[in-house]
Design a protein around this ligand. Sequence first.
Ligand code: SF4
Ligand code: MG
Length: 334
Amino acid sequence: AVPRLQVRDLTTTLVQREGAVPLVRGVSFDLHAGQTLALVGESGSGKSLTALSLMRLLARNARWQCGGQALFTDAAGQTRDVLQLSEAEMRQWRGHQMAMIFQEPMTCLNPVLTVGEQIAESVRLHWGLDKRAARLRALQALEQVEIPAARQRLDEYPHQLSGGMRQRVMIAMAMVCEPQVLIADEPTTALDVTIQAQILALMSRLQRDTGMSMLFITHNLGVVAHHAERVAVMYAGQVVEQADVHALFAQPAHPYTQGLLACLPGRARQRSLQEGRRMALQDIPGQAPAMDRLGAGCSFAERCAYRLPLCSLHAPVWQGDAAHARACHLEQQS
Ligand code: SF4
Ligand code: MG
């Protein structure tokens, strides 16, 4: 089947007076219908910018240049390049075909509208429902995300809700028009561990019930192990390894991924994966390179224990196959 979303050579460049800074550099991946793809990497690796580029929600107070393609194919087999949609088309598209949820719900909840009003707003825009029908649909959406006392919440304001409930409201807003693709940017990072687990379980259930695809952005490898089928590992604006989740954990092929997984050795790693606990990605010695001073070679070279002389000179090539690939100069071991 044609993937729901085919991202090809996506580049996102911040244009400044001092020069252009490429922050997303040639990202490609496929997201299939009903699949969860995790985008993992340290903060600043370009995960959120990739998502914002796909949603066409890059900050308006800066100048951006986007390149590449993001081919979205709907259930009827129609393909559009999301990056080529007009602003007007994009307003229809967001929420309806692709929706996004964020780490901090308050950034996208409107403090002066009730929960019911803001969920209803989306269905009125996309489905053209009248006020009563939209309110009814909003109530259904709140029930779908298992908010206690849903009817009462409809008339409450965001500040009256707990952090976990706000996140449920944001999910309800994202899901209310039944998007085919949900992009979730660290949706549970700001929540405490118990609530995190509840929200993740909820998202899994919603995905099973609706068959939507999910692009799940996280730096928590435990979450990846539990909730994703595919993983793309990002470093310094590029994807450096892609694989099915089991293959990635069993045989990480890129030195950076190996480093990430080695941060918690042996039994601790197993246990952490089982419990979905957070893993620190920052424990690899050294720092990610400054994005405005990238050289021609592998951007991981300064931190890589396997570095070869050519690594600092030439960009690594992709090795492996569609199932499991990495960008690295080291010879592939079988
Ligand atoms: Fe390390 Fe070279 Fe591979 Fe980069 S290309 S990850 S420096 S071995
Ligand atoms: Mg981020």
